[in-house]
Write a protein of this length. Structure first.
Length: 121
């Protein structure tokens, strides 16, 4: 799938649409989900143009891959949901049609602040 420059997260990255920013560095942007499913529901997105996890795994540089994983930990610490600063959280990625992905810019969901419950419904 070709990357769509008009997707909502691309617009947030370009500053065309506001977001409730949690953290930003050279590799990632993190912000609160507009429609939170749990007490804490954050999104962590790479700054590069990747459609989904498969695209990212195949085409991102080692620095981008490490940067994203490190970014997730930093965000979890900032939100006090990491296992060293809080009680843990769930990181989730939807991939493609069957995975239920709606926004075609790769992103991690971080859920926390309460028990997250069943893994899959
Ligand atoms: P997914 O189904 O994995 O693609 O998740 C997309 C997520 O993006 C959903 O949880 C939406 O609530 C969230 N979302 C959509 N638009 C925005 C926005 N403008 N700001 C923050 N989160 C958004």
């Amino acid at each position: 799938m070709k990357y769509d420059d008009d997707n909502i997260f691309a617009k947030i990255l370009r500053g065309e649409i506001p977001c409730k920013k949690i953290y930003e560095d050279n590799f990632v942007l993190s912000f609160h989900d507009i429609n939170p499913q749990k007490k804490i529901h954050a999104l962590v997105i790479p700054k590069g143009k990747y459609v989904d996890l498969d695209d990212f795994s195949e085409n991102a540089s080692p620095e981008e891959i490490v940067g994203l994983l490190k970014g997730i930990k930093i965000v979890a610490q900032k939100l006090k949901i990491s296992t060293d600063k809080g009680k843990g959280y769930r990181a989730l990625v939807n991939i493609g049609e069957n995975g239920g992905q709606e926004v075609p810019h790769f992103h991690f969901h971080l859920f926390g602040g309460e028990k997250i419950g069943r893994m899959v419904q």
